[in-house]
Design a binder for this molecule. Sequence first.
Ligand SMILES: *Cc1c(COP(=O)(O)O)cnc(C)c1O
Length: 348
Amino acid sequence: MIDLRSDTVTLPTPEMRQAIARAELGDDVYGEDPSVNRLEAMAASMMGKEAAILVPSGTMGNLAAMLTHCARGTKAIVGSQSHTNLYEAGGASALGGIVLTAVANTDDGEIDTHELARELGTPADDHFAQPSLVVIENTHNRCGGAPIKLSHTAEVAAAARRRKIPLHLDGARIFNAAIALETTPKEIASHAETVSFCLSKGLGCPVGSLLCGSREFIARAHRTRKVLGGGMRQAGIIAAAGIVALTTMVDRLAEDHQNARALAQGFALVAGLNVRAVANRTNMVVFDVDGDADASRRFAAAMKERGVLISPREATSFRAVTHNGISRADVDRAVAAAAQAAGEVFGD
Ligand SMILES: *Cc1c(COP(=O)(O)O)cnc(C)c1O
């Protein structure tokens, strides 16, 4: 199977499996797992922050960040199309009493700065829930994996700073963003007080995310992680793979971006498929198909029959993601399969 549904389907590399087998371990709830401590130090340094904490998932990284930053009854301002708004099961509200407040995302994944200014202008009056955090996302998953320009990030950060509230960056795919923007994760994260990123996507680890920030913030996040049941014992098993990921799997993401570009170009030539443009594409291709929801389902089934898996989005759109398990030859096969499947479903 050529599995283009997500970069989360990546499997650990042989080097990761060896590192896992040999990992030096201890009890991380006591702060005694040397592999976790090494990974956290590496992550903090790469993000330009004082400290970092390993958490089981990106969802917990963002949740721990929001619960640590925001008091109950205050507002976390998030993008309308963001992962925190759409795909984290309302955790910040359910568990933290935080008022998740969405401001519009533009198609390129930026936040509408006029709406943001209006939210940040909330009067300091007993009637109003007070803003306590702004959250941005880079790359922007729902907006086609778009990397967000540093100038926009700086503008949002300046607006938050004027209101004296922190900025959290959901950098699940920050390394993809850094490569696409020809900069470093540190530079991107420099605008935010805290940043989270995933080891388990393009970097290929089986599990794990990191939340990075000041020493004082991460100390408080330790307690939050414990509350959420995310304090893991010999988590060096996870961290060992993470260390391999940060040393060997970052630069190769450029290959995924090239493959996504080739996939987008191939799909664009197939009658019946309409690829959505992304300025500076990373590892995702979002496309719409001609016809109705039923035709769309038949297209996905016809792709699957030809050994290609894609991820449904809206009724007549799909997402395809390139990753370490996808070669250039797989891309060519996927394009050929799409041409056949589209001919079968949308041809006359
Ligand atoms: C995947 C993702 C997350 C959450 O990561 P999980 O490890 O799946 O919980 C958070 N934010 C963005 C933008 C993501 O793409």
